[in-house]
Design a protein around this ligand. Structure first.
Ligand SMILES: NC(=O)c1ccc[n+]([C@@H]2O[C@H](COP(=O)([O-])OP(=O)(O)OC[C@H]3O[C@@H](n4cnc5c(N)ncnc54)[C@H](OP(=O)(O)O)[C@@H]3O)[C@@H](O)[C@H]2O)c1
Length: 372
């Protein structure tokens, strides 16, 4: 029998603590993976500090974490794509409202994954490299391919040229690194923003042009670069990205749609404990004001905006399209790279809170990873 351990969130806003966890056998369409590496995301942190507001459905005690890589130890009765011993990466879907299950949270030694949200890892990739992909890739795919978002053509091994340009604001983020690659694999031209130190990085991923999002002229520079071109819409990542993308998309020809990954304001500085109200109340006020201003601005410019929920693809055709159809051969043939590069923070579940705090302090074109 497998002895499991997890990083528990025992109740809302509690500190994350390591403790024993049950081993859960897979359902028919699931696999169990011995996790060897996890990556941390802003949402993992916010589920602890802001879970009562952002994920009020959470059943405690809970295990958070979305990004895992490891070895398959058990497969469900209907699973044909995987066998015991396979190296896989996968999206741990426990935090999704429909799943809402500690057994499916990534921050534990043995996790239950939906088989259609897992992909074999080629021999050329380490667990640490592979773990950077799931949530960033899923969020990008939700914005680009879902029918009620940008509804772009699917990524293929040999795409036909769409003749359209996608704007990815925040190309050096984890979500942006995946969005650039997915859009190029679907046959689109990509214009992105990043800090100048990351221009080469985003161009290596396939962006044709990169602009500094801190420049005072960035919006007009991008609008000028898009003259005479048809746009496929915009993926807005990072604080302030939605407002900028509304200005750009509203001034261009083509799809007037902004898929938003980031809310109007940051809750990064709201603590789980002491001093919470003092930070929370102004953050909520900024969020409401920012959301109303974004909505009014979009209406004025004739642009549709919509917030992405990064796990939505598990319940529609986009999940299998990415994890079953596109990613396995794209990774194996290096047509798609695991980006951004991992930075390993440490080993063991107790290092995950350290990685989450380092993530809160800010990263640039890297993903923080913990090995287990
Ligand atoms: N809606 C969802 O379901 C969902 C899911 C996942 C993530 N997200 C959100 O998506 C965003 C990105 O997450 P992530 O994990 O991909 O981030 P990340 O990789 O941790 O982001 C780090 C990067 O952010 C860039 N950046 C910082 N401020 C920016 C700004 N104002 N505009 C554009 N880029 C900026 C930095 O670029 P430079 O170093 O080049 O300056 C840095 O490379 C976060 O807001 C996160 O909460 C949403």
């Amino acid at each position: 029998m497998h002895e499991n351990k997890a990083l528990w969130l025992h109740t809302k806003r509690a500190p994350l603590t390591v403790g024993p966890a049950p081993y859960t056998a897979p359902g028919a369409d699931e696999i169990v993976v011995r996790v060897r590496a996890v990556a941390v995301n802003p949402m993992d942190r916010l589920q602890q500090t802001m879970g009562d507001i952002f994920t009020p459905w959470t059943k405690y005690p809970f295990v958070v974490g979305s990004d895992v890589a490891g070895e398959v130890v058990e497969v469900g009765s209907s699973v044909t794509r995987f066998a015991v011993g396979d190296r896989v990466l996968g999206y741990a879907a426990g935090s999704d409202k429909q799943r809402n299950r500690a057994a499916e949270g990534g921050f534990q030694h043995y996790v239950v994954l939906l088989a259609h949200m897992a992909t074999p890892i080629p021999a050329t990739l380490s667990f640490e490299e592979a773990a950077v992909l799931p949530l960033g890739l899923s969020t990008a795919a939700c914005g680009l391919f879902q029918k009620d978002f940008l509804a772009m053509m699917a990524p293929l091994a040999a795409p036909t040229c769409a003749g359209k340009t996608l704007i990815v604001w925040g190309g050096s983020t984890s979500v942006g690194s995946n969005a650039i690659q997915l859009a190029v694999a679907a046959g689109y031209d990509v214009i992105t923003t990043a800090s100048p130190r990351n221009f080469d990085y985003v161009k290596r991923l396939g962006a044709r042009l990169a602009f500094d999002y801190r420049s005072k002229t960035v919006i007009s520079d991008i609008i000028n670069a898009l003259r005479g071109r048809e746009i496929a819409g915009a993926l807005a990542i990072g604080i302030g990205s939605a407002a900028a993308c509304i200005d750009i998309v509203g001034a261009c020809e083509g799809k007037r749609f902004v898929a938003m990954a980031t809310p109007a304001t940051s809750f990064d500085n709201v603590p789980a404990g002491r001093g919470r109200l003092l930070r929370l109340v102004p953050a909520i006020a900024r969020m409401l004001a920012g959301t109303i201003m974004q909505t009014l601005k979009a209406r004025r410019h004739g642009v549709r905006i919509k917030m992405i929920w990064g796990s939505a693809l598990i319940a529609n055709e986009v999940g299998p399209m990415i994890f079953e159809t596109f990613l396995p051969s794209a990774l194996a043939e290096s047509r798609f790279v695991a980006a951004p590069n991992p930075t390993v923070v440490g080993t063991g579940l107790a290092q995950i809170p350290v990685a989450l705090e380092a993530q809160r302090q800010g990263v640039s074109a890297t993903k923080l990873v913990v090995t287990l």
